[in-house]
Write a protein that binds this ligand. Structure first.
Ligand SMILES: NC(=O)c1ccc[n+]([C@@H]2O[C@H](COP(=O)([O-])OP(=O)(O)OC[C@H]3O[C@@H](n4cnc5c(N)ncnc54)[C@H](OP(=O)(O)O)[C@@H]3O)[C@@H](O)[C@H]2O)c1
Length: 290
């Protein structure tokens, strides 16, 4: 039976990756900083990249669904061996490169350092590594973008956007990312390569938000405000701590197209993400996360 070591397995993407691996008959060892219950085919280790517990010396694959910079540093110095590494990065490595926000630029630096470490180490050990860069992730009520919008819209019964928020987006479902991991594990064409993984539909930001609002039960109303009025509303929301992650750089990007081509992922491992058809339950936090 094949054995996988998974990092970030409690995360929104990692949980789906573990489910897919177990369904495919893999035995999974996963790391979390908190104690997690073992189940058939899944054994949890408790630890941190900075304080790793003892673990078996070899796996058929190592999959990283957590912080890439930390994974890259751990991978560069570990004795654990594997012929196959698949690690998640982010398209933010491109979209936030010239951000006005220093925290976003630091994220770009850490993603770059992580990718470089993974590929450098893999090359030196003749290991096949693949980097997967998702766009905006949604699906299980644990993302900090569309779920956050849905939470606020449920409370307010409406959600404001600045007029003209028509930058293009490609939201991608967590299960399509998990399918991509399983598909590329087997595909030599993906060895040594990095792929953008956009969702299966490209749509304007305002349309993406409008679909989320109309999927809610009851639906919420989209309010398109003149930019000055929107900024005033945003300042009030920020002052009350309700607009985390919605700084000036994020608002400015609502007008920018963040579009990536799925063609090479499709050609190399049959990547076929779904269209964006949101349902209310996709934006509800799971009970144990609430
Ligand atoms: N969310 C998005 O929109 C998005 C977009 C593009 C790319 N990505 C990338 O896709 C991957 C998965 O994202 P996600 O949204 O599923 O992540 P997430 O839900 O935030 O989960 C993060 C995971 O990383 C683990 N983790 C965090 N710090 C750790 C540490 N110091 N040591 C060990 N484990 C640690 C956490 O495990 P414990 O808490 O159990 O320890 C958790 O399982 C990440 O690489 C992310 O950068 C996400």
């Amino acid at each position: 039976m094949r054995r996988a070591l998974v990092f970030g397995g409690t995360g929104q993407v990692g949980q789906s990756v573990i489910d897919r691996l177990r369904t495919d008959g893999w035995r999974v060892t996963a790391l979390s900083r908190r104690a997690q219950p073992d189940v058939e085919g899944l054994c949890w280790l408790r630890g941190d990249f900075d304080a790793m517990p003892p673990m078996p010396g070899a796996f058929d694959a190592i999959i990283s669904c957590g912080p890439l910079d930390r994974f890259g540093r751990w991978y560069a110095q570990t004795d654990v061996t594997t012929p196959r590494v698949v690690a998640f990065g982010s398209t933010s490595i491109e979209t936030k490169q010239v951000s006005a926000d220093a925290i976003e630029r630091d994220l770009v630096r850490r993603l770059g350092e992580g990718e470089a470490n993974v590929f450098r180490t893999a090359r030196s050990r003749a290991v096949a590594a693949t980097l997967l860069r998702p766009t905006l992730v949604y699906g299980v009520g644990r993302d900090a973008s569309l779920t956050r919008i849905a939470q606020l819209a449920r409370r307010w019964r409406r959600f404001p956007l600045p007029r003209g928020a028509n930058g293009l987006r490609q939201p991608v479902h967590v299960d399509d990312l998990a399918d991509a991991v399983l598909a590329c594990l087997e595909q030599p064409a993906s060895f040594g390569r990095a792929y953008a993984l956009p969702g299966g539909e490209t749509l304007p930001y305002r349309e993406m938000v409008a679909r989320v609002l109309s999927a809610l039960q009851p639906p919420a109303q989209l309010l398109e405000l003149p930019p000055t009025l929107f900024r005033a509303v945003l300042r009030i929301a920020q002052a009350s701590g309700r607009a985390q992650g919605l700084g000036g750089a994020a608002v400015a990007r609502m007008h920018d197209d963040l579009v990536f081509d799925a063609e090479s992922a499709q050609a190399d491992f049959g990547y076929a993400p779904r269209r964006f058809q949101p349902r209310a339950d996709m934006f509800e936090a799971p009970r144990n996360d609430a």
